[in-house]
Design a protein around this ligand. Structure first.
Ligand SMILES: Nc1ncnc2c1ncn2[C@@H]1O[C@H](COP(=O)(O)OP(=O)(O)O)[C@@H](O)[C@H]1O
Ligand SMILES: [Mg+2]
Ligand SMILES: [Zn+2]
Length: 345
């Protein structure tokens, strides 16, 4: 059984990807150089001369043998002249001055993924690294939310401003309700690794933005480098079923599918209640929720469940143990409003 964490292997994968890019840029620069030096052998001589002058320069400084200002200046003048000669050869033959520099995809970090701070206050990840990480996390998340940029994409104007308890089942207007939920969801993402922060249960009628909100949270967390895994309830139970009953006699079965359900930092179970209810499924769901309890701030495990079933029916529909697990470990949010799908149409 492999026990390294998922995020570790993702970082390893990104490092490899960057290494490949970097090496490619360097190889291409080497090939260009070899080609150019063949045509202009003087360039090779210049390089050697710069090297040996540089070597003597360093040595002179290290040994402290020469009084400052004489030989040292002379050597740096020599190097400067050699550089000029090289530039001249390049430009007079129609090559740009930086022709021999490797062309890295990211000029900020030269495809290392890391920006070393000039003040020496520790290195930071380059924006290109963050993007690669986000791509990896997204590609492994099962999510299809390419237009969703996170909370910035969440529009509260789509919710009615007028309270109507009969219609929406809550005293507040749906807009005030969703503004409160949005704020709490922001808190959830900001304090994601805090073991005190509970899981989220979204309930409410179809088209009130439950899946969309889960997607916004997912996006924000992936931007922060967390692993996310999205399943509709039927797909989740299907994956578990395959793991239990098909993994034994199938060599091509990938056990990581099940392991990821347990280990992903955020698990989204969408549309709970749309699967056919069976006792086995309840106990599967329980064991997943149980094994996803984590008090380790470095390995947060949080779950978002969404359901169209109203709370009272959920409690009738589901096994007692599940309901008490949910009421104990989840903050419950009631989404209300009109069906946004028909508003947007
Ligand atoms: N707050 C929002 N801002 C922008 N688009 C939204 C918002 N909420 C929902 N949508 C859009 O409305 C549609 C229905 O929302 P959805 O999240 O699927 O509802 P639910 O999961 O509650 O049934 C989706 O196409 C979604 O993209
Ligand atoms: Mg939905
Ligand atoms: Zn970069």
């Amino acid at each position: 059984m492999i026990t390294i964490s998922i995020s570790y292997s993702i970082h390893q994968m990104i490092k490899n990807e960057l290494d490949i890019k970097r090496r490619k840029a360097m190889d291409e620069a080497e090939a260009k150089k070899a080609d150019l030096y063949q045509r202009f052998p003087r360039l090779g001589e210049i390089e050697d001369e710069i090297h040996s002058a540089g070597f003597r320069y360093n040595k002179a400084i290290l040994m402290g043998t020469v009084p400052a200002g004489s030989a040292v200046d002379e050597l740096s003048d020599t190097i400067e002249e050699l550089r000029k000669e090289r530039e001249h050869i390049l430009s007079s033959n129609g090559y740009p001055a930086d022709y021999l520099k490797p062309e890295f995809e990211c000029s900020k970090c030269s495809d290392t993924g890391i920006i070393s701070s000039s003040s020496g206050e520790g290195d930071t990840l380059c924006i290109c690294y963050r993007q690669l990480l986000l791509d990896h996390l997204y590609n492994n998340s099962n999510l299809c939310i390419s237009g969703n940029e996170g909370f910035a994409s969440f529009n509260t104007d789509l919710y009615p401003d007028e309270p109507d308890e009969k219609r929406y089942g809550i005293k507040k207007s749906p807009r005030r309700q969703i503004i409160g939920i949005l704020e709490d969801c922001r808190q959830f993402t900001e304090n994601f690794s805090d073991p005190e922060v509970k899981n989220l249960l979204f309930c409410g009628p179809t088209g009130t933005g439950k899946t969309f909100m889960a997607g916004c949270i997912a996006m924000e967390l992936m931007k922060a480098g967390h692993t996310v895994l999205y399943f509709t309830a039927p797909a989740l139970f299907n994956t578990i079923y395959e793991y239990r009953y098909k993994s034994g006699n199938n060599d091509e079965w990938d056990p990581s599918a099940y392991r990821n359900i347990l280990e992903t930092e955020l698990l989204i179970i969408d549309d709970l209640g749309t699967e056919a209810p069976t006792a086995t499924r309840y106990s599967e769901l329980l064991s997943i929720l149980d094994s996803r309890i984590s008090n380790d701030t470095h390995r947060p495990r949080k779950t978002i469940i969404s359901t169209n079933i109203d709370l009272r029916s959920l409690f009738e529909y589901y096994d007692e143990r599940i309901v008490s697990r949910i009421t104990g470990g989840f903050d419950i949010y009631r989404f209300a409003g009109d069906d946004i799908r028909s508003i947007l149409r």
